[in-house]
Design a protein around this ligand. Structure first.
Ligand SMILES: [Zn+2]
Length: 93
């Protein structure tokens, strides 16, 4: 099984069986992807670029999105609203 993790150094969230943390894949649209990467580089000491992105493993957890950017389904799965850009750096909430 692939170990999925949140790309922020300070966050350290990994996929756990209890499912309290949801992970979102990086967007495919180049402009949106760049916004995600810009946000990460603004707040993460380890800088990244698109070439380093491993979509299988590297995700952002739901903690970096505001509540109105995420829909929680009845089974507690979370779905990211399309075109959402992360806004919440780790360590603030
Ligand atoms: Zn995170």
């Amino acid at each position: 099984m692939v170990l999925v993790y949140c790309i922020f150094d300070k966050c350290g969230n990994q996929r756990k069986k209890n499912g309290k943390i949801s992970f979102f894949s990086f967007p495919k649209e180049p402009e949106l992807l760049q916004k995600w990467i810009d946000f990460i580089n603004d707040h993460n000491p380890t800088k990244m670029n698109e070439k380093q992105l491993d979509r299988e493993k590297m995700k952002l957890c739901h903690m970096h999105f505001e509540k109105n950017q995420v829909v929680t389904k009845s089974n507690n799965d979370r779905v990211l609203i399309r075109n959402s850009v992360p806004r919440c750096p780790p360590g603030i909430m």
